[in-house]
Write a protein that binds this ligand. Structure first.
Ligand code: PLP
Length: 428
């Protein structure tokens, strides 16, 4: 049988750079042709060859209810029948804002946008406008979308200013971003001691999910809070991935640290393009039309996205939702760790709520340098063995994975049976 994924990938590369509309989809780090999906149902997605996969990517996090949840689809269809966009306020936006401000501890006010990138970019502009300062602190390996200030890597020495990590980002922009090591509280204190009165904001993934998964040292998060409070900087938790993924109160509720601002996307849009940034009232009141910091969007608060988000946020409030999701995700990780041990593989795994990390490394990493020690060749072999068996994990050793409410205990057990064979093949 001809492989339609390969054929389509070849065709895609003629008119789409790299054949994809977002780089990691190209399978470059694991090799082979990406799967072109045609449909999804619950925990499963089917590709153009008609092959079905148990999906542990879930569109990179949004699909906490699984693919095509009937209530989400019905809400989007009903909203579409009433009009795709008005560019004017709708009642759904008000409902969603009320709900987000009730559920997210740090949110007094919120503005809706259409992606995580827009949310973080706007939050940073607002933090700069609010403080009248330019300097931004981020952490190596954290991803906050693709705006210029955030595509920055560490400078040549500790506590120096950043360099662009992408072509097209002016050095003059990157120099306003300082890049520190994740989970290093002492370095944060040093940075504030040296530059505290110039720091507008610290942005952090409170559980890092873009360098595989890194769990935060609770002292790291409390140090960020203490330093930002002491020096009058804005603490931004980028909860685009962790928001409603690690618990109903997001990571800030889980770890008991309240930022000044929070960015959201992914789960809150239920698979539709929706992001949000919000936080303290005195900060949020600096945005146009109330204040001097400009931010806008033709499709912001789009009725279809809001409809999908409202249903998703209603369903995840069901009693026991996160206990069940967390248990299944933890079972996957402990099962994989045991099987790897059985086959003599150097491997570790961990989960936080419904997100997980798999590492071909003896211990779970604490920061970006640790992540780089993972055996990426072993990951690629494991990835392809699982893919061939019908299990779709993220096509990169540096990405977190996601379990949805649609994954059953039987799905986890079947995944572990397939992993037993995959680890066995790795060892032979
Ligand atoms: N922030 C975090 C923590 C993310 O994980 C992502 C995307 O993966 C973004 C921001 C950017 O979001 P988007 O891809 O919707 O622009």
């Amino acid at each position: 049988m001809s492989d339609r994924n390969t054929t389509l990938f070849e065709r895609a590369r003629r008119h789409i750079p790299g054949g994809v509309n977002s780089p990691v989809r190209a399978f470059r780090s694991v090799g082979g042709a990406p799967r072109f999906f045609v449909s999804g149902n619950g925990a499963r997605a089917t590709d153009v060859n008609g092959d079905e996969y148990l999906d542990y990517v879930g569109s990179w996090g949004p699909l906490i209810l699984g693919h095509a949840h009937p209530e989400v689809v019905a809400a989007v269809q009903a909203a579409a029948a009433d009009g795709l966009s008005f560019g004017a306020p709708t009642e759904g936006e008000v409902e969603l804002a009320d709900l987000l401000c009730r559920l997210v501890p740090s949110m007094d006010m919120v503005r809706l946008v259409s992606s995580g990138t827009e949310a973080t970019m706007s939050a940073i502009r607002l933090a700069r406008g609010y403080t009248g300062r330019d300097l931004l602190v981020k952490f190596e390996g954290c991803y906050h979308g693709h705006s210029d200030s955030l595509l920055v890597k560490a400078g040549s020495g500790l506590l120096t200013f950043g360099n662009p990590s992408s072509g097209g980002v002016p050095a003059d922009v990157a120099k306003h971003t300082m890049v520190l090591d994740y989970n290093d509280a002492a370095q944060v204190e040093q940075a504030f001691a040296a530059h505290g009165n110039k720091i507008a904001a610290v942005i952090v993934e409170p559980v890092a999910g873009n360098m595989n998964l890194i769990a935060p040292d609770p002292a790291f998060l409390t140090t960020l809070r203490a330093c930002c409070t002491q020096y009058g900087a804005v603490l931004i938790f980028d909860e685009v991935m962790t928001g409603f993924r690690v618990g109903l109160e997001c990571a800030q509720g889980r770890y008991g640290v309240t930022p000044d601002m929070t960015t959201l996307a992914k789960v809150i849009g239920g698979g539709m393009p929706l992001g949000a940034f919000g936080g303290r009232r005195d900060i949020m009141e600096k945005i146009a039309p109330l204040g001097p910091v400009y931010q806008a969007g033709t499709l912001s608060g789009n009725p279809l996205a809001v409809a999908a988000g409202l249903v998703t946020l209603r369903l995840i409030q069901a009693p026991g939702f996160y206990a069940d999701l967390s248990r299944k995700t933890a079972d996957l990780c402990s099962g994989l760790s045991q099987l790897a041990r059985k086959h003599g593989q150097v491997f570790s795994a961990q989960s936080v709520g419904g997100m997980f990390g798999l590492y071909f490394r003896a211990e779970c990493p604490q920061n970006y340098a640790d992540v780089l020690e993972c055996d990426t060749a072993a990951f690629s072999r494991f990835f392809h063995a699982m893919l061939a068996a019908g299990y779709y994990f993220a096509p990169s050793a540096y990405e977190a994975g996601f379990v949805s409410a649609a994954h059953t205990d039987a799905d986890i057990a079947a995944t572990l049976a397939a992993a037993d064979a995959a680890f066995g093949r790795l060892s032979s």
